[in-house]
Design a protein around this ligand. Structure first.
Ligand SMILES: Cc1ncc(COP(=O)(O)O)c(C=O)c1O
Length: 522
C-alpha cells in the first residue's frame, strides 16, 4: 500500500509548482490512474479483510464507547499515509459497523447486496455522472429511462406511464402525495396552479386515507405538503394487518358527508412490520368510484414484481395512479436505489421547472431527455446503473427467486415459532417479516408490563452481544420482536440459534424480575 505526503503550504521551501502537482495527485483523471487503482484496491482489501474476520453482524459497541474514540480526531489535520487513514477508519467505523450480509442480521428492511451492484457503485462514483440532464450524463440518462420503462412493464402500467429514480421510499411517497394534491386542485379549480399560487383554501379539507400499518412517510408527506398530519385518516386493518376495504369505504363516505374532500388513498404492498399487502383491487375500485388518487407503496413488496411464483399477490397494482418501489429493500441493491412511477406522465410536470442554465424549455422542445424535468432533486446519483448491471448479470429471475426464498423462509420460521410454547406469533407472514414476542404464556401468566419489559430486554441484550441483530415494534401498545428476512443465506438453523438467545435472555430477565420482585415498567 502506498503513502501520500502531507501538503505543507507554509513550509519555507514551499514550491508552488511542485505543490500544485502534489495537490493534483488526488484528482481522478487520466494522469493519476495508478492512484485510482491503489485507492480502490486498498478499499477492497480492507473491506475484504474486515468481512473475512467478522463472525457476527455487530460488535455490540454502545454509542458512548464509540464516541470516546472520536474525541482524538482532528479533522483539520490530515493523516500522513493511506495505511494510517484506513487503520483509523477500521477503528472508528468498520470494526463496529452493522453488517447486513450476515445471516443473523434480521433487523430492519436492509438487504445484502449483489456483486453487480457493487461493481456499478464503483463505476458510477468514478465517472460521477449526474442524471439530472443529458449534458451531464448522456448514456446514463438512457440507462435510467430503460430501467424506468422496464419497471413500468413489471408493474403493468400503460404506455402513458413514466417515472424517476429517487433517494428512497420516503421521497417517492412524498412525490405521490404531491402529484395527488395538485391533480385534485386542478380538478376542483381548473386552471389554478398550486405550483404558482400555493395552496387554495379548499386544501384544508383534503384527506388522505391509509391503513394503521402504513409507513410514517405518509404523515410526513402530508405535513411537508402543507396539509398537516390531520389530513391523514387512519383506516383500520383486519386480522391479517391489511387495510379493511369496507372500513375504507365507510371512512371515505363519512369524510365526504362532513365536507372533506378525498385526495388520495395510500395502499401498502408490504407493510414495514407485517409485510401485509392491502387488498389492491378492492381499494382501486373505491378510488375509481370516488375519483380519488390511488397510490401503492410497494417499497418493500416490490420484490414480488420479479417473483416467479408470488407475482399475483400484487394484482391490482397496475391500476394505481402512482407506485413506490425500493430496489434497495427487495432487489439486493445498496442504498440508495429506488423509484417512483406515475400512471399518467403529465402529472410529473408538477415538479418541472425550466432553468435557463440547466434544462431550458427549448431543450425539451428539441427532444433532449433531461430527467430533472420529472425529479424533486437536481444533482442526482446515477443509481440506476446498479439495477442495470444486476439485471444484465444476474437477471430478473434470480432476483425474484431470492425474494421467493426469503418469503418461504419466513413461513418455515413461523411454523417453528407457532409450535414453540415460549413464543407468541401474531400473524402469518405474507412476505418475509415475522412479528412475535417471548411469552411463556399460561405456565407463568406474566402481566403485560412484565412481558413488555422482558421483550425490550431481550432485544437490547442480543444487540449488545452482537451475535445477532433483530428488531422490534409495538402492536396495540404491546412490545413485540421482529425478524426481517431478506438474506437468502439465512437458514433455519441460524434462526434457531437466535431463538435460543431469545429464550436465554427471556428467562434470564424473568429470573431477575423474580429476584428483585418488581414488575418493572419501561
Ligand atoms: C412500506 C414502506 N414505505 C416507505 C418506506 C420508506 O423508505 P425509505 O427508507 O427508502 O425512505 C419504508 C421504509 O422502511 C417502508 O417500509
Amino acid at each position: 500500500m502506498g503513502t501520500f505526503e502531507v501538503f505543507e503550504p507554509n513550509h519555507p521551501e514551499f514550491d508552488q509548482t511542485e505543490t500544485d502537482n502534489k495537490q493534483h495527485n488526488f484528482i481522478f483523471n487520466r494522469e493519476n490512474l495508478a492512484q485510482y487503482r491503489e485507492y480502490l484496491t486498498a478499499g477492497v482489501d480492507i473491506v475484504s479483510q474486515t468481512i473475512q474476520d467478522k463472525s457476527k453482524p455487530f460488535s455490540g459497541v454502545t454509542p458512548h464507547e464509540l464516541a470516546e474514540k472520536f474525541a482524538a480526531v482532528d479533522l483539520d489535520t490530515p493523516l500522513s499515509s493511506l495505511t494510517d487513514t484506513l487503520d483509523e477508519l477500521k477503528e472508528l467505523y468498520l470494526n463496529d459497523a452493522v453488517y447486513f450480509h450476515h445471516p443473523k442480521y434480521v433487523g430492519h428492511l436492509n438487504c445484502p447486496v449483489a456483486y453487480p451492484s457493487l461493481l456499478a457503485e464503483q463505476i458510477l462514483t468514478a465517472v460521477n455522472s449526474s442524471v439530472d440532464t443529458w449534458d451531464q450524463s448522456a448514456g446514463g440518462t438512457l440507462i435510467e429511462q430503460s430501467l424506468i420503462d422496464w419497471s413500468i412493464k413489471q408493474i403493468g402500467m400503460g404506455k402513458n406511464a413514466d417515472g424517476i429514480f429517487t433517494s428512497g421510499g420516503t421521497q417517492s411517497n412524498l412525490m405521490a402525495m404531491l402529484l395527488a394534491r395538485d391533480a385534485l386542485v386542478e380538478r376542483l379549480k381548473p386552471g389554478y396552479s398550486t405550483k404558482e399560487r400555493g395552496l387554495p383554501e379548499e386544501a384544508k379539507r383534503f384527506r388522505i386515507f391509509t391503513s394503521q400499518a402504513s409507513h410514517f412517510s405518509v404523515q410526513k408527506s402530508a405535513a411537508l405538503l402543507g396539509l398537516g398530519y390531520d389530513a391523514v385518516v387512519s383506516v383500520e386493518t383486519d386480522d391479517l394487518f391489511k387495510m379493511d376495504a369496507e372500513q375504507l369505504h365507510q371512512k371515505v363516505l363519512h369524510a365526504i358527508e362532513n365536507g372533506f374532500i378525498p385526495m388520495a388513498v395510500v395502499a401498502t404492498a408490504g407493510t414495514t412490520d407485517f409485510g401485509s399487502i392491502d387488498p389492491l383491487n378492492a381499494i382501486a375500485d373505491i378510488c375509481s368510484y370516488y375519483n380519488t388518487w390511488f397510490h401503492v407503496d410497494a417499497a418493500y413488496g416490490c420484490g414480488l414484481l420479479a417473483s416467479p411464483t408470488r407475482r399475483e399477490k400484487l394484482n391490482g397494482i397496475e391500476r394505481a395512479d402512482s407506485v413506490t418501489v425500493d430496489y434497495h429493500k427487495s432487489f439486493l441493491q445498496p442504498v440508495s436505489c429506488s423509484a417512483f412511477f406515475a400512471n399518467n406522465k403529465k402529472h410529473l410536470e408538477v415538479v418541472t421547472h425550466h432553468a435557463d442554465y440547466l434544462n431550458p424549455l427549448c431543450a425539451k422542445q428539441e427532444g433532449t431527455p433531461n430527467l430533472v424535468n420529472k425529479s424533486l432533486q437536481t444533482t442526482r446519483r446515477f443509481d440506476a446503473l446498479k439495477m442495470w448491471l444486476t439485471l444484465r448479470i444476474m437477471g430478473k429471475d434470480q432476483i425474484g427467486q431470492i425474494f421467493d426464498e426469503v418469503c418461504a423462509l419466513a413461513r418455515d420460521v413461523s411454523k417453528v415459532f407457532v409450535q414453540d410454547r415460549d413464543i407468541e406469533v401474531i400473524h402469518e407472514p405474507e412476505l418475509s417479516t415475522l412479528v412475535f414476542r417471548f411469552n411463556p404464556g399460561p405456565k407463568l401468566s406474566l402481566p403485560e408490563s412484565d412481558l413488555d419489559h422482558i421483550n425490550v430486554y431481550i432485544r437490547r441484550e442480543i444487540f449488545r452481544t452482537g451475535e445477532a441483530v433483530i428488531s422490534a415494534t409495538k402492536v396495540d401498545g404491546k412490545r413485540f420482536l421482529k425478524f426481517t428476512l431478506l438474506n437468502p443465506t439465512t437458514e433455519l438453523h441460524h434462526i434457531e440459534d437466535v431463538l435460543g438467545m431469545i429464550k436465554h435472555f427471556g428467562y434470564q430477565c424473568i429470573d431477575s424480575l423474580k429476584t428483585s420482585n418488581v414488575s418493572a415498567s419501561i
